[in-house]
Design a protein around this ligand. Structure first.
Ligand code: 3EB
Length: 342
């Protein structure tokens, strides 16, 4: 018998919007023009304001809790959440003036997210997705992404030993409106993993903004002795702290994949993770600055990764203006299930 702690605490799949198997998901993430969150009985529906790209665009992302459990939903101000046994999924959403500095709203969002997680008994933020419009536009002489980083850093940097509690993250510019942040929080802390090829984002030099981006390159959640969820942050063509291959889409993809490979190698020093190359990932999400690059990206990813890994292509702005593409991923280890297979 498998210990229930070794079951997937959260299974993430990409499905066709019409797939009836998606009906039992606890969290559904939809892509398109609108941005917001809907609370339904036993279910959250998160609308990310990023248009899907590529040959097939009718995908949704489904998250399921183990044993067909739906989870219990709730809301408190701008925060909507779904509570499972081992994890909390939340979504913070509020209108954001596309011409204003996002700093104060971001600070409020993170205060409310951290206090909400604590109040519900899930103290550890392991993975966060941040979406806001016009991320590269200047406001008061500074890129809006930098204001976002300042607001977020004010909350995280006030925590004791904050570098050890930063979540894995993605921050992408939408063509929609509002600040939308969704996240996974757990009862037990996750391990943080940094990339030896890159300066940790929270130590970026000041040339990238007055406050460093508050995120870990990856986080490793181990809900049981034989199970692990590795969340890989949005990963771009950055080596050290510098952007590489400016203007070269395929080289940026390859550099991002090398960075992901380096993270997997780091993660594989933690039992029970066994993956060492990006081909082992269970899912990928690719953000593309220019919609017209989609066919080239699909071809290149197929050449590098084959046909087996599901990926989604989304139209969004990377938070360094010179970068064309960013890739995030997830890797799930289920040692028991894998050994049980013939
Ligand atoms: C980078 O590595 C690229 O601010 O939360 C990637 C993932 C990036 C997350 C964030 C930013 C963030 O700096 C940008």
């Amino acid at each position: 018998m498998m210990e229930s702690a070794d079951k997937a605490p959260l299974t993430v799949t990409y499905r066709r919007a019409q797939d009836p198997d998606g009906a039992s998901a606890s969290v559904v993430i939809r892509f398109g023009r609108t941005c917001g969150v809907e609370r339904k009985p036993g279910r959250l529906e998160i609308h990310v304001g990023l248009e899907p790209l590529g040959r097939d665009t009718d995908w949704v992302e489904c998250w399921s809790l183990p044993d067909g459990v739906r989870g219990e939903t709730g809301a408190d101000g701008s925060l909507t959440y779904l509570r499972g046994r081992d994890c909390l999924v939340g979504c913070w959403h509020a209108p954001l003036d596309a011409r204003a500095d996002p700093e104060p709203l971001t600070e409020r969002a993170y205060r409310e997210i951290l206090s909400g997680c604590r109040a519900l008994g899930f103290d550890h933020l392991v993975r966060v997705w941040n979406y806001l419009p016009a991320i590269n536009d200047p406001v008061d002489g500074q890129e809006r992404y930098r204001g976002f980083c300042s607001g977020r850093a004010q909350v995280f940097e006030a925590l004791p030993e904050y570098e050890r509690v930063l979540p894995a993250a993605t921050a992408i510019g939408t063509h929609s409106d509002g600040l939308l942040i969704y996240f996974i929080a757990t009862r037990e802390p996750a391990a943080r993993i940094e990339n030896p090829r890159q300066v940790s984002a929270y130590r970026y030099p000041r040339q990238y903004g007055p406050r460093s981006p508050s995120f870990a390159r990856a986080s490793l959640w181990q809900p049981g002795p034989q199970a692990a969820e590795l969340f890989i942050s949005g990963t771009a063509s950055i080596v050290g702290h510098e952007s590489r291959h400016v203007g070269d889409l395929e080289a940026q993809i390859d550099e991002s994949l090398r960075n992901i490979g380096a993270l997997l190698e780091q993660a594989s020093t933690h039992h029970p993770v066994r993956a060492e190359t990006p081909q082992a990932l269970s899912l990928l999400k690719v953000y593309l600055r220019h919609a017209e690059d989609a066919p080239a990206v699909e071809n290149h990813l197929r050449a590098r990764l084959g046909h087996h890994i599901p990926w989604l292509l989304l139209h969004g702005d990377i938070c360094r203006e010179e970068l064309l593409v960013e890739i995030e991923g997830q890797y799930s280890e289920r040692l028991c299930e894998a050994l049980a297979m013939p």
